[in-house]
Design a protein around this ligand. Structure first.
Ligand SMILES: *Cc1c(COP(=O)(O)O)cnc(C)c1O
Length: 433
């Protein structure tokens, strides 16, 4: 080096969120939002911060940060403290997740179920009632019915697709019950579309009913795992809190387990307090993997959605297919109306009813060559499973019948393979039935 002029110290840049009047789309912001290479030796990608604790600049700073951790100062810590509370990878990821849903803040957890359990525990006290749509993901339904019931919390459920009048009636009943039990209606908890029926919940009607019957102190939370973050933004329809199993479309490669919740600060602050106490925050390595996943989430979901449309067009009317439960081909006008108001795409997870019963469904599944036989969804690869014999095996027969979970219902999650290859695979597997 001949020139020894020192380069001036580089200062972090303000986050880029717009160019002129143009607000940048989340797809663009996934590549850099919330991370400045200047703070990490110029490393273009965020390093993984493997540390259990963070050094304070001085004692006063340590005190100020702890005021945020303990809730003395609302809104979380102003800086990094200890890895059960926060960390750089988790914070960058939380900021990026918030962009998709229009959430003020998000929190990441070690699994979707950790997120869901901590969320319920935050808002429920003895005597409270939870109102939820049905069916829910089996573990969510089990946590409410079997675990929270041990602490004096009861629930009322309603079928996805309920009308405004039906919702008013359910909430009124729940409110009366809560008064009898000396509690409140703690939360309205939704899952839409429901698994495996794909029934949609009218979130706008739930919001109107909640406002009319309960007022705004009872949050509406919704599990958006099946259509989010690309095809449904429930906060726009009046939900307060969005819940994800990031294990599915967001992670997208079937190689990690994680969860998140997002919403207005008002709702997220108390959940963060309980996460600080209990732990359950996502680890830095998985947070880093999810940042990588988010760079392609729009590409992956768009391709999977296009593939599912092509595959369903082929399956519809196939002589060995009894029916399809696909959001791109809804027969019920009320469900279609909800879809038109709430969803921007039909997703890539659907139900295929093979003509016959379990034996025919087994033969179809056992003959698939490209599609893998596994539960879960939202990955790059196509998966197929039989809910009645697998994920919903423990559901009593009566409830299965009520939910339409028959022995010939095959659950399919379409991936990002070549669509014509997938069609060839389904064609030969159906031929073997
Ligand atoms: C998978 C899933 C969950 C649970 O998430 P984990 O990451 O497996 O804990 C919750 N809700 C829905 C809709 C899911 O598909």
């Amino acid at each position: 080096m001949t020139d020894s002029t020192p380069t001036p110290p580089r200062k972090p840049k303000a986050a880029l969120t717009a160019i002129g009047n143009r607000q940048l789309s989340p797809a663009t912001m996934m590549m850099g939002h919330g991370y400045d290479p200047v703070l990490s030796e110029g490393s273009l990608k965020a390093p993984i911060f493997l540390t259990s604790t963070f050094a304070f600049a001085n004692a006063a700073e340590g005190k100020r940060f702890f005021e945020g951790i303990t809730g003395k100062r609302p809104g979380g810590a102003e800086g990094l403290v200890y890895s059960r509370f926060n960390g750089p990878n988790q914070q960058i990821l939380e900021g990026r997740l918030s962009l998709w849903d229009g959430a003020e803040e998000s929190l990441v957890f070690s699994s979707g179920m950790t997120a869901i359990c901590v969320l319920f525990l935050t808002f429920c006290s003895k005597g409270d009632v939870i109102v939820h749509s049905g069916p829910l993901y089996a573990a969510s339904e089990g946590f409410v019915a079997k675990t929270l019931s041990r602490f004096g919390v009861t629930y009322v459920d309603f079928p996805a697709g309920a009308t405004r009048e039906e919702l008013d009636a359910v909430l009124t009943r729940a409110k009366a019950r809560a008064q009898d039990q000396g509690g409140k209606v703690a939360m309205v908890y939704l899952e839409s579309p429901a698994n495996p029926t794909n029934a949609l919940v009218d979130v706008e009607a739930v919001r109107a009913a909640r406002d009319a019957v309960l007022g705004s102190d009872c949050p509406i939370a919704i599990d958006n795992t099946f259509l989010g973050p690309l095809w449904q933004r429930p906060i726009d329809q009046g939900a307060d809190i969005v819940v994800y199993s990031l294990t599915k479309y967001v992670g997208g490669h079937s190689d990690l387990v994680a969860g998140s919740i997002g919403g207005a600060k008002r709702w997220i602050d108390p959940v963060r307090m309980l996460r600080n106490t209990m732990g359950g925050i996502l680890d830095p390595h998985t947070a880093w993997m999810l940042m990588r996943s988010l760079e392609t989430v729009e590409l992956r979901m768009s391709r999977a959605g296009e593939n599912a449309a092509k595959v369903c067009a082929y399956l519809k009317g196939h002589p060995k297919v009894e029916a399809l439960g696909y959001l791109g081909d809804i027969s019920d006008p009320r469900q279609q109306d909800i879809f038109d108001r709430h969803c921007s795409g039909a997703g890539s997870t659907f139900s295929l009813y093979v003509k016959g019963g379990e034996a025919e469904a087994f033969r179809f599944l056992d003959n698939l060559k490209i599609a893998k036989l596994a539960v879960s969804l939202g990955g790059t690869e196509t998966l197929a499973s039989l809910p009645a014999a697998m994920t919903h095996l423990s559901v009593p027969d009566e409830r299965k019948a009520q939910l339409g979970i028959t022995d010939n219902l095959v659950r399919i999650s379409i991936g990002i393979e070549d669509a014509d290859d997938l069609i060839a695979d389904f064609e030969q597997a159906l031929a073997a039935v």
